[in-house]
Design a protein around this ligand. Structure first.
Ligand SMILES: Nc1ncnc2c1ncn2[C@@H]1O[C@H](COP(=O)(O)OP(=O)(O)OP(=O)(O)O)[C@@H](O)[C@H]1O
Length: 280
């Protein structure tokens, strides 16, 4: 019996992101060559790989900022490639995700509150200003920023506060799915641990699925349910850190079992809380 692939991807247990056979190339440089990946609903999936292995290009392909040479990407059951960008079905999917870019990507001429309102203005232009401001104030508080942060400009914020402001903007539309590109890069260890904590708390209270690119071993141990490893132009393994540690791949062993990996494994930044994804 033949099955309707669209119907199967709409099942509630279907992956929220499905990627098959992804190929990305810049001139002669092959970045992805037949990359497959599933992101499960409700998980925090960490994406790791050496510098330049194509983590950001992968994220950009999923969110439509990079046109792959070949492959299929489904998000929330909707095929994302080779579509009319103004297709209402695509627009509906875009409304259900939020993105925190590596740099925070805040507009420097807008206040924090105005930055958070950008997606609301874009997708709900008819929304009354007062409601927009109230939603922005709520999102700002949700991310742990003080309530006087709204009128501040990005230049008046610390690195950690900028990340939180970017997170507040990513949450503006009440997304199901969050993309975080190196959220703790540039933060001191205490700030990074606090950001991880906030991310986990938001994920649990809001039921988010999170696609998280990181080099931060502590973040992987503290909050990721599974980790996908990119090497050799593909996702070479996906699993809990313990499952990855059981694999014999040299990069995986060096990364997770090297001196820094062993320290992160032995002492999570979050003592007292079980390592996500590890057996109880
Ligand atoms: N627009 C582009 N034009 C040409 N080459 C690009 C472009 N975007 C990315 N690349 C190249 O693709 C490769 C993968 O880049 P990407 O930014 O995805 O790496 P990454 O795994 O995220 O690296 P890092 O961990 O250092 O952030 C790199 O060699 C990069 O130079």
């Amino acid at each position: 019996m033949t099955q309707d692939p669209a119907a199967s991807s709409r099942r509630s247990d279907a992956p929220i992101i499905e990627i098959r056979g992804l190929v990305n190339r810049f001139g002669d440089q092959l970045v992805h060559d037949g990359l497959d990946l599933d992101v499960r609903r409700g998980e925090i999936l960490g994406v790791v790989g050496g510098s330049g292995t194509g983590k950001s290009v992968l994220m950009r392909s999923i969110i439509g900022l990079q046109k792959p040479e070949a492959g299929e990407i489904n998000v929330l059951g909707e095929p994302m490639l080779d579509r009319d960008p103004d297709d209402p079905a695509l627009l509906a999917v875009r409304k259900r995700w939020g993105i925190l870019f590596q740099s925070g990507a805040l507009f420097s001429t807008l206040t924090v509150s105005e930055n958070v309102q950008v997606p609301l203005r874009e997708y709900y232009p008819e929304m009354p200003r007062q409601l927009r401001e109230e939603i922005a104030a709520y999102k700002i508080l949700m991310t742990g920023l003080p309530d006087n942060a709204g009128p501040k400009f990005p230049s008046e914020l610390s690195g950690g506060m900028k990340k939180r402001a970017g997170l507040a903007r990513a949450l503006a539309l009440d997304p199901d799915l969050l993309f975080l590109d190196e959220p703790t890069a540039g933060l001191d260890p205490i700030g990074a641990a606090a950001f991880d904590e906030q991310t986990r708390e938001l994920q649990q209270t809001l039921g988010l699925t999170i696609f998280l690119i990181t080099h931060d071993l502590d973040t992987l141990h503290a909050i990721c349910d599974r980790v996908a490893v990119i090497a050799d132009h593909k996702v070479i393994a996906v699993g809990t850190i313990d499952e990855l540690l059981a694999l014999d791949h040299p990069w995986i062993q060096e990364y997770f079992n090297g001196p820094r990996g062993r320290i992160a494994h032995g002492q999570s930044r979050h003592p007292g809380r079980p390592v996500a994804g590890a057996p109880a």
